[in-house]
Design a protein around this ligand. Sequence first.
Ligand code: XMP
Length: 535
Amino acid sequence: KILILDFGSQVTQLIARRIREAHVFCEVHPCDVSDEWIRDYARDGSLKGIILSGSHASIYEETTDKAPQVVFELGLPVLGICYGMQAMAHQLGGVVTSGHQREFGHADVRAHGHTALLSGIQDYRTPMGHGMLQVWMSHGDKVTELPPGFKLMASTDSCPIAGMADEERRFYAVQFHPEVTHTKRGAAILERFVLDICGTRADWIMGDYISEAVEKIRAQVGDEEVILGLSGGVDSSVAAALIHRAIGDQLTCVFVDHGLLRLNEGDMVMDMFVGKLHAKVVRVDAADQFLGHLAGVSEPEAKRKIIGREFVEVFKAQALALKASDASKKGAKWLAQGTIYPDVIESGGAKNKKAVVIKSHHNVGGLPEQLGLKLLEPLRELFKDEVRELGVALGLPYNMVYRHPFPGPGLGVRILGEVKKEYADLLRRADAIFIEELHNFVDEATGKTWYQLTSQAFTVFLPVKSVGVMGDGRTYDYVVALRAVQTSDFMTADWAELPYALLKKVSSRIINEVRGINRVTYDVSSKPPATIEWE
Ligand code: XMP
């Protein structure tokens, strides 16, 4: 295994991710672990190398962290990245100088001296025959004098010591960031370090993650009880499946049906978690309560606030009840959440894993404190695509794990204006038809379904009536709009150029099968200026 010591850089988890992609097991721990902790961690001989991450701090600031000195005394290979390089230089007798200027962005680095880390890895050669790497830099300070025993490994015009190595001790360091994809051969460099220099085996797979995570959860939770808010979304579902794998009936999931879910969603969640996984799930049917509070309210933000507030109320009541009386009569002690790494970054809370993020759409910030529960977040080191991979490895159905995102307020923001049960029922049926046909239509060029080719697709209910004709009669019914977008980050989005044949099929099915809707439109607005949701 590889140990990554985290000095608080936003991209530390990317180091872990790149190493996982090389099929090597690694763990991220805060840089201030003690020497004894590290010795203990290395005791069974499975630790093969250590990586020191970047940071935003300067090594000469009083408050900043040094690497535990034992890192350099175990006889293991060490790779310092950015701040990690400066810490290594500083602690081994080199000199680090505060830069007056921050260097940030692309840089071309020249490799020197055929080191085991960089030799043969290059993007191009100069006419003089020097091997060059295109890398990403982000630093203010720099190493200006090599520590004893080190030789120059890489340089740029503005950073004469951009890499250094003591090959005898197998200490390597780079000023640039091999973990970000802007450093083109970065993955190759990290792979070279963990596989060739540290001598790890590339035999770790997502399946192994499960047993490791299961052990960790068991160690953390012991025989205490855990509560988890299950929404049916990817993150909470995978978290639930993983925790259930670890502690079985010590986990109770609370699934709040606010009446604004997709067609049969509640039953599907119960089938999966209770029927197949045999997990304990409390299903709370709170539709009347939510719809009651939403009656007469049409302003979008007001609707969102009501849904968020009611969600917290309902969940809190359930959690408190479980806290008071669970099967073992000891009371639940933990609140589990499907927080994933991008949520952690968003909160700016990567450093030393102290920050707590709760998906803001459910507005449950502060809930663990209010409930007096400890927080369990087994996915907080994983990226979304890794969470999906884990979900599949845990046996969750592909369709559940690769679902489009669904907003917390659900159909509440897809029924324009006042929310009524009648509208929600019509919308649910129309939307199910749209989604079904997106799964049915395959694009010949790519072999993918249109559901896979779109990032998010749904139906919007417009509470206006228009005139139509059906058979011999006149109709006067509601309108829906289909929305389908393609995006990589949901910050900007293009409307999807769905095939006419697909639109035609969806339109005729909705109008024929959902009595009460007689007109279907397609939304051809990009974001910006339009948003993805209509409210
Ligand atoms: P917009 O409409 O802002 O949506 O372009 C961007 C993405 O965010 C989702 N979204 C929400 N998700 N609670 C959520 O959990 C919300 O209140 C909310 N509003 C928008 C939306 O579905 C899209 O994926």
